[in-house]
Write a protein that binds this ligand. Structure first.
Ligand code: AKG
Ligand code: FE2
Length: 143
């Protein structure tokens, strides 16, 4: 578990509960991607309380010195995010260059490609988790 003041996150192996394997299967059916390690990371659960947010970032590594590249498992091709709760105000996932944001709706899911087909990072995927104003935001992410 990681606690950084703005949110906390924890990794979930598919052995933690049978429902995780079923979720992985559904994500594979929807995206056509193999989501078993080492092709994907474990599902990550993220929780934000009031004021909790995630600074603008790319999910893919943008430089060869990134810790992600040192793992030698390749870059993050895509991200699949499921919102596990709705929030009363704030908390949207904002795509800064693409100029749109996605509201947090329980059970909704968001999928995007981080890389172009040639493997280069897509600069339009710069995104952030906006501060939660009222409520409690729970999400699950797979990259
Ligand atoms: O919670 C959000 O809206 C964004 C989370 C995110 O960008 C991430 O987990 O990489
Ligand atoms: Fe992200």
């Amino acid at each position: 578990m990681r606690v950084c003041g703005l949110f906390f996150s924890a990794w979930l192996k598919e052995t933690a509960h049978p429902i995780i394997g079923r979720l992985d299967q559904r994500i594979t059916l929807l995206t056509g991607l193999n989501v078993q390690p080492p092709y994907a990371e474990y599902l990550q659960v993220v929780n934000y309380g009031i004021g909790g947010h995630y600074e603008p970032h790319f999910d893919h590594a943008t430089s060869a010195s990134s810790p992600l590249f040192r793992l030698n498992t390749g870059n993050r091709v895509a991200t699949f995010m499921i919102y596990l709760s709705s929030v009363d105000a704030g908390g949207s996932t904002a795509f800064i260059h693409a100029n749109f944001s996605v509201p947090v709706l329980e059970n909704a899911a968001l999928f995007w490609w981080n890389l172009h087909r040639n493997g280069q990072g897509d600069g339009d995927t710069l995104h952030a988790g906006c501060p939660v104003l009222v409520g409690d935001k729970w999400g699950k992410r797979l990259s």
